[in-house]
Design a protein. Structure first.
Length: 374
């Protein structure tokens, strides 16, 4: 049990160091490294893993991480990004909803609980990995699904990210208008810059309080937290977003960084529980599901952008914000030589993190109802 805790809590520190060292390709983010480490240890040396402890660490990691990741979402400030950026992001979210719904319908025979996968992928394609993980907990998806879908996203998402940083820009220029330098007057400050003052671990303490409040209300309303994780995640998201409207909370120093660390603990713990043989057996169908959903989302987004005449730079940044979160915004803006979209891109990704849980859970249960009608 102690060794499991040490592995889950300690490795994220090393993963963050490796990510910042530039010794590995940018594709190997801290999230990917933590998943990979957990899977390797869990399958090469399963005797080192205390499964119930890993399960508890995974649940605690997500519950503590989610509020801190959302504290800086600042919906009021991000809403000012009206115009092409917000419109392009909205079109990407719509494309994600349609793409995952099409995949759920197409694979309904082979993937009986495809509604859960559709909800998780909707969260992934509107807000990123944290949303997918939270929605997986909310819809009570098997723990392996998160790892499998993350692995599938590494394959498909990694290829698309490489395309975004290479030839997609000139390709989209064939049918989308070019970026106008007069249309981006947004603030140049980094949206995720945390300048507030206060006790170093105050974000974690507040996040614990939010988690306890959400769990307490879930128990009060239902009498069982474990079987009502959907309500728990929705309450957790709503409370966190409510707090983000207060400047003293949204500007808490270190909130996003601490939230990211607990998210990485979740990744390691989940990886430790992954059964490699089961991954090989079930991974291919979910890979196919994920690729169909991803390709559909991308193509529909481009089509909608063409219809609404969104410029290619804004389309690429909104797609990066929705599919990958704030981590890769800077890389793509550098690749297309348009730093003006850095701050709006980060803001849009945080906005996606805020709404992704609602969209994903909504799509999951809507897909479940619709599939039952056919």
């Amino acid at each position: 049990m102690v060794l499991t805790i040490i592995l889950a809590v300690g490795f994220p520190f090393l993963a963050l160091l490796l990510e910042k060292s530039d010794r590995l390709p940018s594709f190997f983010s801290a999230v990917v490294l933590c998943y990979a480490f957990g899977i390797i240890i869990g399958n090469i040396a399963p005797h080192l893993v205390h499964e119930s402890t890993a399960e508890q660490l995974a649940a605690a990691g997500m519950i503590i991480a989610l509020p801190m990741l959302l504290f800086g979402a600042n919906i009021k400030e991000n809403w000012r990004l009206a115009g092409p950026g917000l419109a392009a992001y909205g079109l990407c979210a719509v494309a994600g909803l349609i793409g995952t719904a099409l995949a759920a319908y197409y694979f309904q025979e082979s993937q009986t609980d495809g509604w859960k996968v559709a909800g998780m992928l909707t969260g992934l394609y509107t807000g990123g990995t944290p949303n997918m993980q939270a929605i997986g907990i909310a819809v009570d998806a098997p723990g392996d699904y998160v790892v499998l879908l993350q692995a599938a996203d590494i394959v498909g998402g990694g290829v698309y990210l490489l395309m975004l940083m290479t030839f997609i820009h000139p390709f989209l220029g064939r049918f989308l208008p070019s970026f106008s330098t007069n249309q981006s007057d947004q603030q140049e400050e980094d949206i995720v810059q945390e300048t507030g003052k206060g006790f170093r671990f105050l974000p974690t303490i507040i996040s614990l309080g939010v988690g306890i409040a959400a769990a307490g209300l879930t128990y009060l309303f239902t009498g069982d937290i474990g079987k009502n994780t959907t309500l728990l995640i929705l309450l957790l998201t709503t409370f966190s977003l409510g707090l983000s409207f207060f400047p003293k909370i949204s500007n808490l120093r270190g909130a996003y960084v601490q939230g990211e660390y607990f998210l990485l603990i979740f990744c390691v713990a989940l990886g430790l529980m992954a059964n490699f043989q089961k991954l090989l057996g079930e991974g291919l169908p979910l890979l196919a599901f994920s690729l169909v959903a991803l390709i559909s989302t991308i193509l529909i987004h481009w089509l909608l952008a063409k219809i609404f005449k969104i410029d290619r730079d804004t389309v690429m940044i909104s797609s990066t914000a929705a599919l990958y979160g704030p981590v890769f915004i800077a890389q793509v803006t550098t690749a297309i030589n348009n730093r003006r979209l850095l701050a709006p891109g980060i803001a849009l990704s945080l906005l996606g993190l805020a709404v992704g849980n609602y969209l994903g859970i909504g799509v999951a249960y809507l897909a479940k109802w619709l599939l039952a009608q056919f």
